[in-house]
Design a protein around this ligand. Structure first.
Ligand code: ASP
Ligand code: MG
Length: 422
């Protein structure tokens, strides 16, 4: 049964300075008529800045530790100064975070890199959520700040932890009352014993999905600097339009082919409980955005374009020009699997098979050497893989005209082309 919770997620760009924070608080204020969980990332590029702190700690470079922490402190102080007067009570907590970051920035005995990383990287989210929470309170909202270490329970796989949904649901049930605004850190979690973990870079969207899942929320809204999900990257494709709705299934398909829509990991828990996911613009919050939800395909029904650059097309033939049969294919796939190289698309003819893969400079040379032990191998570098979902003739022609087509793969809903661009 669904609750009346809404889950809103604000990423680093939406809280990159004081004006942005005020805008976020306005959005929350305009929508917080029902209980709400607000998931916030670190401000601006703070996570990258903290990665420099962690690097310095690991290298035990005292002067780099000092200066990299000072950068993080200065950045937040400038934002704080524009939001809080000198005697404001928020300063005490904010300055405590700065002090704790300094004293935590030492390598503990026997500590792994992952443990160190997860212990320090969360400062970005801790400080950002505390600032947002304080401004929400100043605006008269009934806001509660939570430490996500106590809410999101994970395994001990540092930097890429897996969420324990049952334990997380229990914790959230204990801590989050169905009223007011609850501000939580994205991206971070902890083991059941309280050891800090994280969910992987850009993991805050996933935190929002986890929260929505355990709360049976009515909707999730990810506020971004784009108006919604488009039918292609406007920097690459002409005439793209904004989608109104996308089905969960279609969103996962688009992500699989390389669209940077929303990570499938974020969609999956929402799909299971059929909780709609909105992508909306914090720049123009009055526009409707795009909704990923239960349903058919997408609307308006139109071709969606995805491009993967820097691909290699490998063509394999048997040495004696014998037919390629299951036996060869299973050998070939085994080699790809062992090299850790996923196949983006493939095509088979009687005596040859072609495989399109990412040109990973570390993995591809070894892969080619291994394939050459068993097959005659040709390969073309610097090709691009274009995928059109829900193609029509016009869409196909527009892509075909981009260069020489080396491979074309057509199924009912998807048209792929490997192209050497002219
Ligand atoms: N702050 C984290 C990152 O930059 C998590 C997130 O933004 O989703 O990766
Ligand atoms: Mg981010």
């Amino acid at each position: 049964m669904s609750s009346s919770f809404r889950v809103y997620k604000f990423g680093g760009a939406s809280v990159k300075n004081a004006a942005a924070v005020r805008n976020v608080v306005d959005i929350i204020q305009n929508h917080a008529t029902e209980p709400m969980v607000v998931v916030v990332s670190a401000m601006g590029k703070t996570t990258n800045a903290l990665e420099l702190v962690i690097k310095a700690v690991r290298e035990q470079d005292e002067s780099a530790i000092h200066s990299s922490i000072q950068t993080v402190i200065d950045f937040h102080r400038i934002i704080g100064e524009q939001l809080f007067s000198e005697g404001h009570e928020a300063w005490k907590t904010i300055e405590d975070y700065f002090i704790n970051l300094r004293s935590d920035a030492v390598l503990h005995e026997g500590e792994t890199y992952g443990e160190l990383y997860d212990r320090l990287i969360c400062y970005g989210e801790m400080i950002s959520t505390f600032i947002i929470h304080s401004v929400l309170q100043d605006s008269g909202l009934n806001s509660t700040w939570h430490n996500t270490h106590e809410l999101v329970v994970t395994d001990a796989h540092h930097r890429r932890a897996t969420v324990d949904f049952d334990k997380t649901a229990e914790r959230v049930g204990e801590h989050i009352a169905p009223e007011g605004v609850h501000v939580v850190q994205g991206f971070v979690g902890a083991t059941a014993e309280g050891k800090p973990t994280t969910l992987g870079r850009e993991g805050s969207d996933y935190t929002a999905a986890v929260m929505a899942y355990v709360l049976d929320a009515v909707e999730v809204c990810i506020w971004k600097d784009v108006p919604g999900v488009l039918t292609g990257d406007p920097k690459v494709f002409e005439d793209v339009i904004q989608l109104e709705t996308i089905s969960f299934r279609e969103a996962i398909e688009l992500a699989y082919y390389g669209a940077s829509v929303i990570h499938p990991k974020t969609i999956q828990p929402l799909q299971r409980k059929e909780i709609p996911l909105w992508v909306r613009s914090f720049v123009s919050p009055e526009t409707p955005g795009t909704c990923i939800q239960k349903g058919e395909w997408l609307s308006p029904m139109s071709p969606c374009f995805i491009k993967k650059d820097n691909q290699v097309l490998i063509t394999l033939a048997t040495r004696d020009l014998a037919f390629i049969v299951e036996d060869h294919l299973s050998k070939i796939y085994q080699i790809f699997h062992q090299a850790g190289v996923p196949v983006n698309t493939m095509q088979n003819s009687a005596v040859s098979s072609s495989f399109c893969i990412n040109n990973d400079p570390i993995l591809v040379p070894g892969l080619l050497d291994e394939l050459k032990k068993h097959f005659s191998v040709k390969h073309n570098e610097d090709v691009a893989l274009y995928t059109i979902r829900h193609y029509d003739q016009r869409a196909v022609s527009s892509i075909r005209s981009k260069g020489e087509v080396y491979l074309e793969q057509v199924t009912r809903h998807t048209h792929q082309m490997v192209i050497k661009e002219s």
